[in-house]
Design a binder for this molecule. Structure first.
Ligand code: GLY
Length: 371
């Protein structure tokens, strides 16, 4: 049965629906009737899987449609690619009434959303996430961006989609490592905001990895929680920054791996280190750290892998992160599972390098028993 959530930002007129159901790419009820010009932006993998069929369905409606695709992967999310795609759209004379359909994973959503934000000073777009990571995180909340050689997502804009279409059927073609990539972002939301969902994840990990019903429940809970957080803080001035838990270290690892490490996997390692920092600072209990690390290990996050990274390079990159202030990296810290540490409206904090070093070595020396 179709589930619908509405993202309604506090103190702002912005509001848009999220539709969740199997088969939404076949039933185009969500496409506003008045749209006459459509640009589908996708990557080369999703083009074959879904975009060509979507193009055919749209062509039957006699609308003007353009399908653009680019190589899949985070490396394509750059200035040059944005420019190339924009030139193609301009050369086909799409005007400011055009609509973009961002069909794909987080990379497609980010670059297509950023094109929508700037094309003719801003046009409408619809997020159609096809990966679990994009469904539970990047398609919701209006963040759009590209990467630069100095770091991830450093250039971008807040630009909200007019709707988010989640066709759960797309998960059937998703490779296991991409499923885990998305599950880690869902788990992150539970760790920072909802103990009950964390416990559900813990109890049902086997079914989540293998069966549909449990994973659908996880997806719905993660989307509901993410929507609740972003609606309270549209532009990440306070509460929304808790979504960056695991990301200060995670983004640095992703950049250092030259994007060979998938985003969610990098965030998994980031969660391990940042939970350990919280434990060392006396905020998080050892028991909660143990539960988090055990669950991550079941998802294939093996602490020893951290040894392959140079900690000083990680620390240097965290200072360039867009969450950094005056070149000081900021960390979201955990109080217990389901609750982050905050001081009135401050949700991210400086951490001395010594504590980061201690946490990093403690995690990378950790055995599978999690000690
Ligand atoms: N992905 C974090 C956020 O949307 O704020």
């Amino acid at each position: 049965m179709m589930k619908t959530l509405v993202v309604k930002h506090a103190n702002s007129p912005t509001s848009y629906p999220i539709f969740i159901e199997q088969g939404l790419l076949k039933n185009l009820f969500w496409l506003p009737k008045h749209i006459q010009q459509i640009v589908i932006i996708t990557d080369n993998k999703v083009k074959k899987l879904y975009a060509q069929n979507l193009l055919k369905s749209l062509q039957k409606t006699k609308k003007k449609v353009l399908l653009l695709s680019f190589p899949s992967g985070e490396k394509a999310k750059n200035y040059q690619m944005k420019h190339k795609l924009e030139q193609k759209i301009l050369s086909k004379h799409f005007d400011r009434d055009a609509f973009i359909l961002a069909l794909g994973g987080g990379v497609v959503g980010d670059i297509a959303g950023f094109i929508a934000a700037t094309y003719m000073r801003g046009i409408s777009y619809i997020q159609i996430p096809t990966t679990l990571l994009a469904m539970v995180d990047s398609s919701i909340g209006g963040k759009t961006s590209i990467n630069t050689s100095l770091g991830k997502n450093l250039i971008g804009a807040f630009w909200h989609p007019s709707s988010v279409i989640i066709d759960l059927h797309c998960l059937k073609t998703l490779p296991q490592k991409h499923l885990i990539n998305g599950l880690i972002e869902a788990l992150k939301i539970f760790i920072i905001y909802d103990k009950n969902s964390f416990q559900f994840f813990e109890k049902n990990i086997h079914d989540i990895l293998n069966g549909e019903a449990a994973s659908h429940q996880i997806i719905f809970s993660a989307i509901r929680l993410k929507s609740q957080i972003v609606t309270q803080d549209e532009r990440e001035k306070h509460l929304r920054s808790i979504l960056n838990f695991g990301h200060t270290i995670g983004h640095a690892l992703e950049t250092l791996s030259n994007y060979r490490l998938l985003h969610g996997i990098a965030v998994g390692y980031g969660i391990l280190v940042e939970s350990k920092i919280s434990e060392i600072l006396g905020m998080l209990s050892r028991a909660d750290y143990f539960k988090i690390s055990q669950l991550l290990m079941k998802l294939g996050i093996h602490p020893k892998k951290l040894k392959t990274f140079n900690l000083q390079k990680i620390i240097a990159l965290t200072q360039l992160d867009k969450k950094a202030k005056e070149e000081k990296a900021k960390y979201v810290l955990l109080k217990k599972i389901g609750k982050i540490h905050h001081k009135s409206k401050q949700f991210a904090f400086d951490v001395p390098n010594k504590v980061i070093e201690h946490a990093f070595f403690a995690v990378s020396e950790m055995t599978n028993a999690g000690k």
